[in-house]
Each structure stands twice: as C-alpha cells, then as structure tokens.
Design a protein around this ligand. Structure first.
Ligand code: SF4
Length: 244
C-alpha cells in the first residue's frame, strides 16, 4: 500500500470512550498481535471489508467534522494497531496538529519508532498485557521488550493512559500480578499517568466466529473477589487504578 494511504475498517463518533470529549474514531486495519481475547478481531481477519483513503482525504474529512468535536473532543486512531501504518499516521498527525485538532491514539506500544509520533499526540492510550517475556510472546505472538521500553519512555515524559486487560488463565495469577506491580512501581513518578484495569469481557467473541476464526479463551472471567484482591495488590504497591 502506498505510504500516504490509510486503510481502516470502521469509523464513527463516540463520547469520552477513546479519549476526552466527543471524538471521531478511526479503527485502522491490521495488527501485529494476536491477543486471544481481542474485541476487534476483524482488524486482522482476512475477509474484513476495508476502506482505503489518502492522508489528505482523511484530513479533509476530519476537518469537516470539527463542529462535532465538542467538550474537548477531536480525533482518535485505534485499531487494530494504528502504528502499523506508521508513515501515513505520522504525516496525518503532523497535519492535524498544524490545524490545532486534538489527537489521540490507542496502541499496543510495540512500534520501535513510536517516539516519533508522540509530539503530535495529545492523548496517548497504551495497553500492557503481560510483563513476562516468554508468556507475552506465547500469548500475543509478539515480543515484550519494545512494549515496555515504549511505556517507560512515555511514562517518563508525558500524559499516558495505560490499560491492563485482566483475563483469567492468561495474566492474573500471582506471578503475573506481581510482575505488573513491580514494573509499574518502577516507572517514574508522573501525575499524568493513569492505570486502568479492564476485567475480561466477551464483546468480541461473536466476531471471531463471524469471521470463521476460533475463539480460544475459556473461563476468562474473574470473580469479584479475585478482582478486588488484584486491585488491592496494585494499591499496596503504590499504584492506584481507575475503573470506568
Ligand atoms: S493488540 Fe489490540 S487489536 Fe491487536 S490483537 Fe491485541 S487486543 Fe486486538
């Protein structure tokens, strides 16, 4: 695909779910992870219907949507993994900041050049799914080191909304929770860093089936008691968490 084109599989407005205010949210196609609980598996399903536009076409659409960006809103790029379309996203973010549009991205923190995007991102959301390297590789199909490097980088310099999905059987046993707490406790003190725990849900399960893919998570739900224990463990490690 040419470097100035962007491929997405969904777009729409929502309020305060993917960044502040009312936002135009683009779900970009493609992901380098394969999280078994993914809520948007159409981002990597080969039969997904997609739309491809140039950077300038998307920019024009965003600028036309400006009257809708109320309550501090703007545009959000999520996915899939939006940073996979790196050159186009960089160009678009740069142009959006020239136009003074509030920008947000939601990403898996894995892109080795993520640092280059950050000056053009007002609201950064990143996921951390595991802190044990071989488990991250086995479950997500991707290495962990760049993820943790990028999270450390962002946490040391700027606002960051960090999200941790909690999936029973994958990342919620004692070692996993201790790993999260240790990693987070060692991040630089930053009042603009928030940590959100996202208990397992099955919103995406039916989409796996609709795209002919096997959904392999079983018993992913956490009991309320285990969830409370995990929140307490984070708190005792000095890491308050938010609940939405
Ligand atoms: S990183 Fe996000 S979009 Fe990619 S597979 Fe995992 S949950 Fe899905």
């Amino acid at each position: 695909m040419p470097l100035n084109q962007i491929k997405y599989f969904q777009k729409g407005f929502n309020f305060s779910q993917d960044g502040p205010g009312n936002r135009l949210v683009y779900h970009l196609y493609g992901c380098n992870f394969r999280c078994p609980w993914c809520a948007n598996p159409e981002c990597f399903a080969p039969d997904t219907a997609t739309t491809t536009v140039t950077v300038d076409e998307m920019l024009a659409e965003i600028l036309r949507s400006r009257p809708m960006f109320f309550s501090g809103g703007g545009v959000t790029f999520t996915g899939g993994e939006p940073t996979l379309q790196f050159e186009a996203l960089l160009e678009l973010l740069h142009k959006l900041k020239e136009e003074n549009v509030h920008t947000a991205i939601e990403c898996n923190a894995s892109h080795p050049r993520l640092r280059e995007l950050l000056p053009y991102v007002d609201h950064l959301m990143m996921d951390l799914k595991h802190t044990i390297p071989n488990a991250h590789q086995r479950i997500m199909g991707a290495e962990l080191q760049t993820v943790t490097d990028n999270i450390r980088l962002a946490a040391s310099t700027r606002q960051l909304a960090l999200r941790i999905p909690l999936v029973n059987g994958y990342n919620t046993d004692k070692d996993c929770i201790e790993g999260f707490c240790k990693f987070l406790a060692e991040l630089p003190q930053n009042p603009a860093l928030t940590v959100e725990l996202i208990p397992y849900h099955e919103y995406g399960k039916i989409k796996w089936q609709q795209h002919g893919m096997e959904y392999t998570v079983q018993n992913g739900f956490l009991s309320p008691a285990r969830l409370a224990e995990i929140r307490t463990a984070f708190l005792e490690a000095g890491i308050p968490t938010i609940q939405t």
